[in-house]
Design a protein around this ligand. Structure first.
Ligand code: AMP
Length: 367
């Protein structure tokens, strides 16, 4: 019997929990670092409780690991550097730093010829007014760093919205982006192995509410050229970042044109459907990649939808009573705006999925 491989993960949220679940059949054991003693991954695997900026703790965390990764992109780059010095870190520090700064991220898109909304870095109210004069309104003002789930951003529609907006977002470095009047939001998840082998999941369509993902569906009903274009963007990003693991790219579709919004250097909420809806889940493929195993097929099995459970959890019996539904709860306490779990729905055809989805949305929206 070979000893299990030990994988250290920065962050112990639901993404970590699902990574741990995917790891056991491959004899991969995970160890998590998270500031919260009740982090969801702690139910599944070893959990070390410490702040991410406690670099001594991070160094102790690294002892005995075969490889380290992260499931949260707002970990301090210094913590990632400590891991990279002591063990193998995948994805690397460059991917983390690129995704942490929206300006750097957009510069990366431009250098790779990936369309993205016109933007301006903003460091003061004066900068903001100049940027508005160039880009026009409406526009979206976001913090450069530490934004997630729609936090740290606002849409500016009129000059009244511009007045005082720099201070209202905390007088921190900001980015102003041209507002994209999109038809729909799409994402693609790709994975790159240690040897550079790549695979891509089918495009996913996402619906957000209040900045939080509500519903994903895959595969999307589109022509092959759009899938190929999205794969080509993903391939350029994976190669440029010398990436190992799963990477997500969020995009806008405006009249068939794909416009990149942001990347997430980790497994992603819009990929939860892959647990039962693809030959190999994003979680398993991320682990395979970071330990240097061959990647698994990313092909979809039928049609899938994923609905997030936000703030409250409907009665589990009502969700499970829907044909094709699978419930994943993260073991978190209820709080408004918090992701507590998700339900996936699977069907052999798009028509069957369309027929089943309203019942699930009634149960989830009823709360
Ligand atoms: P983000 O934090 O960048 O993912 O933004 C959260 C959500 O805000 C996105 O999923 C979009 O629905 C919306 N959004 C972000 N940027 C833009 C933009 N430039 N134009 C229009 N909507 C946007």
């Amino acid at each position: 019997v070979t000893a299990p491989k030990k994988i250290g993960v920065l962050g112990g949220g639901q993404l970590g929990r699902m990574l741990a679940l995917a790891g056991y059949p491959l004899n991969l054991h995970l160890r998590f670092l998270d500031p919260s003693p009740v982090a969801p991954a702690g139910d599944m695997a070893e959990l070390m409780v410490a702040e991410f900026d406690d670099l001594d703790a991070v160094a102790r965390f690294a002892e005995g690991l075969d490889v380290a990764t992260y499931e949260f992109e707002n970990v301090p780059a210094d913590a990632a550097r400590v891991l990279a010095e002591r063990t193998r870190l995948a994805p690397g520090v460059a991917a983390l730093e690129t995704s942490q700064d929206r300006v750097r991220e957009k510069e990366c898109f431009i250098s790779l010829d990936i369309p993205t909304p016109a933007f301006h870095a903003v460091g003061s109210q004066h900068d903001l007014e100049r940027a508005v004069a160039v880009l026009g309104l409406p526009a979206v003002l976001k913090t450069r760093r530490l934004g997630y789930d729609g936090k740290g951003q606002r849409v500016l529609r009129s000059p009244d919205d511009v007045a005082g907006a720099y201070e209202a977002l905390g007088s921190v470095p900001l980015i102003l982006e041209r507002f994209v009047n999109f038809d729909r939001e799409l994402s693609i998840i790709g994975v790159r192995g240690r040897d550079g082998e790549q695979a891509y999941y089918p495009l996913v369509q996402n619906r957000h509410g209040d900045g939080i993902l509500r519903l994903s569906r895959a595969p999307v009903d589109i022509d092959d050229t759009m899938q190929q274009r999205a794969e080509s963007f993903m391939q350029r990003l994976l190669d440029e970042l010398d990436y190992t693991g799963v990477l997500a790219l969020e995009m806008f579709d405006r009249g068939g044109e794909l416009i990149a919004n942001e990347i997430a250097p980790r497994v992603h909420n819009s990929g939860h459907w892959t647990i039962k809806g693809a030959e190999t889940s994003q979680f398993e493929n991320h682990l395979r990649a970071v330990v240097g195993m061959p990647l698994g097929s990313t092909a979809a099995v039928g049609h899938s939808a994923m609905v997030n459970l936000i703030g409250t959890v409907p009665p589990i019996e009502a969700m499970l009573a829907i044909e094709g539904a699978h419930v994943h709860l993260y073991g978190k306490s209820e709080r408004p705006g918090r992701k507590l779990g998700h339900v996936t729905l699977h069907a052999a055809t798009r028509e069957l999925l369309d027929a089943r989805l309203p019942a699930l949305l009634r149960v989830v929206d009823a709360r």
